[in-house]
Design a protein around this ligand. Structure first.
Ligand code: ATP
Ligand code: MG
Length: 569
């Protein structure tokens, strides 16, 4: 491609409203442009990168017998009503009416549509298992679209769905998909981890998120180097402590006056203690009534763990009235002593000695509270959010944390949708059974953004080989020098004929500008043709990633480039 003919509108300045590097660089490199909040146009460079990723995805999906389909983006409300999601999906679902006043939505995902299709088309066990996928535009009216195409409202997703006769088959489909995802992100040259994710009511460890590691990621990946355990922060389990933590002798319970001291900071400062000597008591409203939850003052409660433990649909911090009703005190003074509601405590509080808690009265706290001497606990469980250095639940070694970007998510659905949408098949004995499903997503645009987020420097993007829009950027120092111009065009033809993807910067610009754009766009190899070197039969090769430069024989350029791209890393 000739740069002079390409639509690559690079920008010198960093756009003010772009917060993260990938968003800034994709705008500056002329890859994307915003049309409205969270809605983007993909320009030629982005299109080429997306295309490369889609090819990798298709190859891996096809290799596990996935069949590509295209489902409608506009979906009628009836199937969403059947699955129960028309009401619970909330404002992320963009709804509208057609001219006949019928309700529709723009598809944010396709479980309903595909289950409805399979319900009609699959009748017998002989037609199962089946895996179908599509690469298609989704719409989610995200509350805070941000980071460019990383969290957009309109975005491209690869979504796949598996249909099996039974649980064992569904697990096999899941594992195949896990391996295909691993291959995809490895082939993209990304540093990533597959982490266990929360499965909510379905349970088990049949959900993994694929996280690209990057400091700007919105998610936190918790991992153990000892045993390889990895989970997202919502799910990461902490090993319960063994035996009593402290050997202090139990002191006598003491009521203290704590006027207006409500928060952990206020109470600990007032009493001259540290937060690990305090028990934080939180009152929650649930569909099973109010409950109290205890965590140590320096820990954070993990509501997902709590919700899973209780098996409840609804869980929310109680309002002031409820707090007052169940504790007899305004917010800020709750404690576990003499409470008449179920009390759930984090494992670390088992046998805790001489702690401070709220006193269930205005301006009252207790000192020297001891478990189990002074209060009853309904149940101990792992209820806090893991922290750096906490012991791994599997092997006890310290947990570590890194930030990540969720690029893929695989999920064993079971019969959730086949039940509500009546997708059944006749088994060998002629009995009607529910189809067991899995669903699997990759954010195609988000993966490209994550690749830029992980691979860039102060000058611009550093494309991984597999995703780069072009393999080589060719840059003659002076396009007006006739000899050089001719030589450059000859080399361009030669490389192109050899099947190498070349972006040829034939613009009549100063070399400084061209070099800057080359670094910004981030093509792995830059070949500079200057008259002095060229007279000696040499061209200069610069590697974008290492910045290393060398002179090579211009005759050997094709071989050289091919060698570079054939090497895996
Ligand atoms: P998130 O927690 O980031 O909102 P999600 O759990 O809603 O993601 P899924 O429903 O599992 O996402 O969608 C599958 C994949 O689609 C995600 O792993 C992600 O890569 C991508 N994705 C989801 N929402 C967006 C978005 N708003 N913009 C771009 N990609 C997205
Ligand atoms: Mg989401």
């Amino acid at each position: 491609m000739l740069f002079s003919k390409a639509l690559i509108p690079t920008l010198k300045e960093t756009p003010a409203d772009a917060e993260v590097a990938s968003h800034q660089l994709m705008l500056r490199a002329g890859m994307i442009r915003k049309l409205a909040a969270g809605i983007y146009s993909y320009l030629p460079l982005a299109q080429r990168v997306l295309q490369k990723l889609k090819i990798i995805i298709r190859e891996e999906m096809n290799s596990i017998d996935g069949q590509e389909i295209t489902l409608p983006a506009v979906q009628p409300s009836e199937i969403w009503e059947k699955s129960g999601r028309w009401n619970i999906y909330g404002k992320e679902l963009l709804r509208f009416k057609d001219r006949n006043n019928r309700n529709f939505c723009l598809g944010p995902t396709h479980e309903e549509v595909i289950t409805d299709l399979i319900r009609r088309e699959v009748k017998s066990y002989r037609e199962l298992p089946l895996t179908l996928y599509q690469i298609q535009t989704k719409f989610r009216d995200e509350i805070r679209p941000r980071f460019g195409i990383m969290r957009a409202r309109e975005f491209v997703m690869k979504d796949a769905y598996s249909f099996d006769r039974d649980e064992a088959g569904a697990e096999e489909s899941y594992h195949k998909m896990y391996q295909a995802y691993t291959n995809i992100f490895e082939r993209c040259g990304l540093e990533f981890r597959a982490v266990e994710a929360d499965t909510g009511s379905i349970g088990g460890s049949f959900s993994h998120e694929f996280m690209v590691l990057a400091d700007s990621g919105e998610d936190v990946v918790v991992y153990c180097e000892g045993c390889g355990y990895a989970a997202n922060l919502e799910k990461a389990e902490v090993k319960p402590p063994v035996g009593l933590l402290e050997n202090e002798s139990l002191k006598n319970l003491e009521k203290v006056h704590t006027p207006e001291q409500k928060t952990v900071d206020e109470v600990t400062n007032f009493l001259g203690i540290t937060p690990d000597n305090l028990i934080k008591t939180l009152i929650f409203d649930t569909d099973k009534g109010p409950i109290a939850v205890l965590v140590r003052g320096d820990h954070e409660i993990n509501e997902i763990k709590l919700k899973n433990l209780l098996g409840c649909e609804y869980l929310l911090l109680a309002d002031d009235d409820t707090v007052e009703k169940v504790t007899g005190a305004p917010r800020g003074f709750a404690g576990p002593l003499d409470l008449n509601i179920p009390v759930y405590a984090d494992n670390i509080l088992k046998g805790a000695t001489n702690m401070v808690t709220g006193g269930n009265g205005k301006d009252v706290h207790y000192k020297n509270v001891n478990e189990p001497r002074d209060f009853k606990t309904t149940r101990f469980a792992d209820l806090r959010t893991a922290e750096e250095g906490d012991p791994c639940a599997r092997c006890g070694k310290p947990l570590h944390m890194r930030r990540g970007i969720e690029v893929g998510h695989i999920f064993k659905l079971g019969t959730k949708y086949s039940k509500s949408l009546h997708a059944t098949y006749l088994d060998q004995a002629g009995k009607e059974s529910l189809i067991v499903m899995g669903c699997y997503g990759i954010g195609v645009g988000r993966t490209v953004a994550a690749a830029v987020e992980q691979h860039h420097d102060k000058d611009g993007i550093i494309f991984p080989k597999a995703l780069t829009p072009y393999q080589v950027l060719m840059l003659p120092i002076n396009i007006n020098d006739e000899i050089l111009r001719k030589a450059a065009f000859q080399m361009y033809d030669k490389l192109s004929q050899a099947g190498i993807e070349v972006l040829f910067d034939d613009r009549d610009e100063r070399p400084g500008i061209k070099f800057k754009d080359a670094d910004l766009i981030g093509i792995p190899i830059r070949i500079t043709i200057g008259s002095r070197n060229f007279e000696r039969g040499k061209v200069e090769v610069k590697y974008r990633e290492s910045g290393k430069m060398e002179l090579i024989d211009s005759e050997k350029t094709v071989k050289y480039i091919k060698g570079f791209f054939n090497k895996k890393i």
